[in-house]
Write a protein that binds this ligand. Structure first.
Ligand code: GEK
Length: 239
């Protein structure tokens, strides 16, 4: 279904939430809004194939409709369990409908929970695909630390985010290209403007340097950006 949530003028925009209206159009919304999204989801399957270890858990934190959950499950080795977690009931109930249609020998659990408090253990792959940016700033360090602690040696975190930039000219150049990307995908100026004011208090991006500093602080020695398109990108961090 096509995303036209912001197509007509709205007097009270309010803060963006992951409700039924958003969940209904989510696959269309994220593909038309996030450059590289489909490539990243596909690569998460490839990272899973290379780095997942037998007899471990694979977590998709903030799974939405389960696009990454499906790729992780498809590429999991023997005796793994895939666990998708989201605190939006609208997302999770649709994720269940979609994922339970896929046959697989790998068990999958979909949990309605807050990833900042959900316990993680014995994990060889953890995915945070465009989710940390929605977590309150004061909880981000603890979440990344919890992820590091839950990973087995050789285990991998894939962290994808919208980026902030310290240099104003770079920021403007990349943000402008993102706007052009949205226009090219059929969003009107009104839709772009209303989405921006609705999401600006909810999605707080950080710089690449800040992400690297946090990853290093919790103990990741091996980490870098593996993908970037305009102001969106993704890190891998290996324990
Ligand atoms: C994908 N990863 O398709 N606990 C659990 N879930 C949360 C929390 C939280 N504290 N905060 C936000 N979420 C997906 C896309 S979307 C990204 C992820 C986007 C969930 C929220 O309910 C939503 O489903 C998801 O994080 C963010 O690869 O919309 O830009």
């Amino acid at each position: 279904m096509q995303d036209n949530i912001f197509a007509v003028p709205r007097a009270n925009l309010g803060d963006f939430t992951f409700d039924d209206t958003v969940a209904n159009v989510f696959p269309d919304m994220i593909k038309r809004s996030v450059p590289g999204y489909s490539n990243i989801v596909q690569a998460i399957g490839m990272f899973t194939k290379k780095h997942a270890q037998e007899n471990t858990n694979l977590y998709d934190l903030g799974c939405s409709l389960g696009a990454c959950t499906i790729e992780m499950r498809r590429n999991a080795p023997k005796n793994c369990k895939v666990i998708g977690i989201d605190n939006s009931n609208a997302m999770l109930k649709r994720a269940k409908d979609i994922i339970l249609n896929y046959k697989s020998e790998t068990p999958v659990a979909l949990e309605l929970a807050d990833i900042t408090t959900y316990p993680l253990e014995n994990a060889s792959v953890i995915v945070l695909n465009f989710v940390l940016q929605f977590i309150p700033m004061e909880l981000r360090d603890n979440l990344i630390k919890k992820i590091y602690d839950a990973l087995t040696p050789g285990g991998i975190l894939v962290l994808s985010e919208k980026f902030a930039f310290p240099d104003e000219r770079i920021k403007t150049a990349l943000y402008d290209l993102h706007l052009d990307f949205k226009r090219a995908n059929g969003y009107s100026e009104l839709e772009i403007a209303q989405k921006r004011s609705s999401i600006e208090n909810v999605l707080i991006p950080e710089t690449i340097a800040k992400h690297k500093e946090r990853l290093a602080q919790v103990g990741f020695n091996s980490m870098d950006v593996w993908f970037q398109c305009f102001n969106f990108g993704s890190f891998i961090a290996i324990k």
